[in-house]
Design a protein around this ligand. Sequence first.
Ligand SMILES: C[S@@+](CC[C@H](N)C(=O)[O-])C[C@H]1O[C@@H](n2cnc3c(N)ncnc32)[C@H](O)[C@@H]1O
Length: 343
Amino acid sequence: MKVASFFAGVGGIDLAFEQAGFNVVWANEIDENASRTYRANFHSELLTEDIHRVEAASIPDFDVMVGGFPCQAFSVAGYRKGFEDDRGNLFFELERIFKKRKPEIIFLENVKNLTSHDHGNTFRVILKHLKEAGYHVKEKVLNACDYGNLPQNRERIYIVAFRSRAVCKEFEFPEPVELTSKLADFIDFETEQDSRLYYTAEKCPFYRELEKCIKSEDTLYQWRRVYVRENKNNMCPTLTANMGTGGHNVPLVKTKFGIRKLSPRECFNLMGYPADYCLPDMAFSHLYKQAGNSVVIPVIRRIAEEILRAVHRVQKSKLGASSSSPCNSSRKSSKTGNVPLSA
Ligand SMILES: C[S@@+](CC[C@H](N)C(=O)[O-])C[C@H]1O[C@@H](n2cnc3c(N)ncnc32)[C@H](O)[C@@H]1O
């Protein structure tokens, strides 16, 4: 199935859908730096442009719309602000496009807070608009550490909308999986890293405090303005888009080479990106933002696999039904596998 990706960032959702067997044909993203990283890793067409300027008719054929629309507006109290904030109304840009192009499936990802913003009204509006456009919707909050076998505490809402009631009925979110991976699978404790990552007494006014509190090698720490916060053993706190900026620090780790920030590569590792995913040469701050803005790949890959399973089950049952009737006019298309789903 062909995928069009919106708010593509560095392509986390795209990668997960490709891993599951989908084909990403087109993507849109406004940010130049994220686009650079995207282009270094994907061959599909990427349009670097504000979504407001994207003509629905100009997008090549697609069956699936995916998008993790920006979430900042939903962490601000007040329903009006959520949707009236320039960053909050972007769901309606997706709506403009899905109403015109009617993809079979829409996959949306956002912060868990979207479900409780304005006492649930914001979320209700989103679901209502999807349903009014003819979609059948399932949604669930999943934590990466429970569903992705990845030690990051990252709760996100996943919304999957189907034009076909039958496919929606078949679709189930994946089951939890045991967390067997360790921080050491994602963080390089054994190799000395770029000197910019290390805290030293010369560079850092709160170094003594760090030294006093940061003791364990299987824990991640965070500097919170005046104190060190220790996270649960073998668990990474939610990586955020603003880490590395304005007092929001990148998680810290202790290795035999000293106390340091996670590297951009380690942040991408903790989002489930493969080792061969290319990080272009650019300021660390851009890469931290791109990783924190992105998604946990294995969680979305598992959802995408379930979507495909549901589609195949419905196609198979339609094939069965059509081949048992010798006069059925959809027989020919069934043989090619192009069974229409939206019935
Ligand atoms: C939450 S991030 C999604 C990241 C993506 N899922 C990934 O895996 O990297 C939202 C993205 O929307 C982009 N964005 C914000 N406003 C936009 C607009 N008006 N048009 C297109 N993209 C926009 C941001 O630059 C950001 O990369």
